[in-house]
Design a protein around this ligand. Sequence first.
Ligand code: UD1
Length: 362
Amino acid sequence: MLIDIIAGARPNFVKIAPIVHVLKARAAEGGPLRHRLVHTGQHYDAQMSGVFFEQLGIDSPDVNLEAGSGTHAEQTASIMTKYEALLLNDPCQMTLVVGDVTSTMACAITAQKLHIPVAHVEAGIRSGDWKMPEEINRLVTDAVTNWFFTTTEYAGETLRASGITEDRIFFVGNTMIDTLVHNMDRLIQPAFFADKELTGGNYLVATLHRPSNVDAGFKLAETLGAIARGARGLPVVFPVHPRTAKTLSDIDLPDNIVLVDPQPYLEFNWLVKNCKAVVTDSGGITEEATVMGIPCMTLRTTTERPETVDIGTNELIGDDLDALAHAFDRLFESLWKTGQIPKKWDGHTAPRIVTALEKLLA
Ligand code: UD1
């Protein structure tokens, strides 16, 4: 039984790592499943892709579709065309997609149109915001998914409310947290940390890459100005996503914003684990901050991960910069909530997924 594991963009690599490790280990013990790792090429830079494979011990992809960048329609079409050619030439028995990036949606549609069943890991989460490309990807992917692997009970409720029957939903937990748990003792202090005279607990981490936050220069400048003021002079380490870099070149930055390249996995999570707080528009980072108990301010009005707010350390600040200033007041007055870890975010999600797949494909 051959399963295609699809990975295209940075957060996908973190989510597939524990699944491919378990698949490989079970195959070595004589288990029934084989896998083919398909990289779509959505992210192709060494910093956005290669270093994640190296650090997380993922074998080189069996196939690279080399779809590259483009508009959403161009990228989707390119991935679909190339993945269809692969499946026609050399079909698999199931396609497993993770997360909510364009590669996730494109490969799910392609497989299902060729009558190959689709499994979706991180199914059922919804922000309700159709202006986010990821929300469209989630909706479309789940519309053509056979087997839904969920990170939370809330995601399962969303799926049941949309008519998905119980036997197709598997509440397994969070593979991104498997990766974090397995690597917690391997995290690496980045080389720049000492050079820039940073010290543990006395800096913030900021990441911004959503089109709504970074594509307009004035908005990005205002936001970074508010973060720099809120930090009260503490350094703000800001790893710059390629999309953000394009806008950033025209902006005068406050002195305490410390620009660094996109960080490898082990360095990035070391920075989060040792910082005072995170300011972000990412979804995955809110989950990692929750597990590490680090205060997290999310610069979005919605989240598809409400458990990070209800249970974890995350707070939705929206796009009101006064609200951000108040959030910083609470942080510096030591009034930030202490969170808990959501159910089944325990480092054992990938074995649950592979056991379910073995039964489904038996
Ligand atoms: C994608 C995902 C987003 C995820 C993010 C993580 C979608 C719709 N969005 O957004 O959910 O949080 O990845 O990083 O799938 N680029 C490079 N080098 C690369 C890859 C991209 O320079 O290796 C450039 C592209 O040319 C493009 C820009 O970065 O201009 C954005 O890349 P793209 O893959 O379209 O989306 P992301 O913004 O990275």
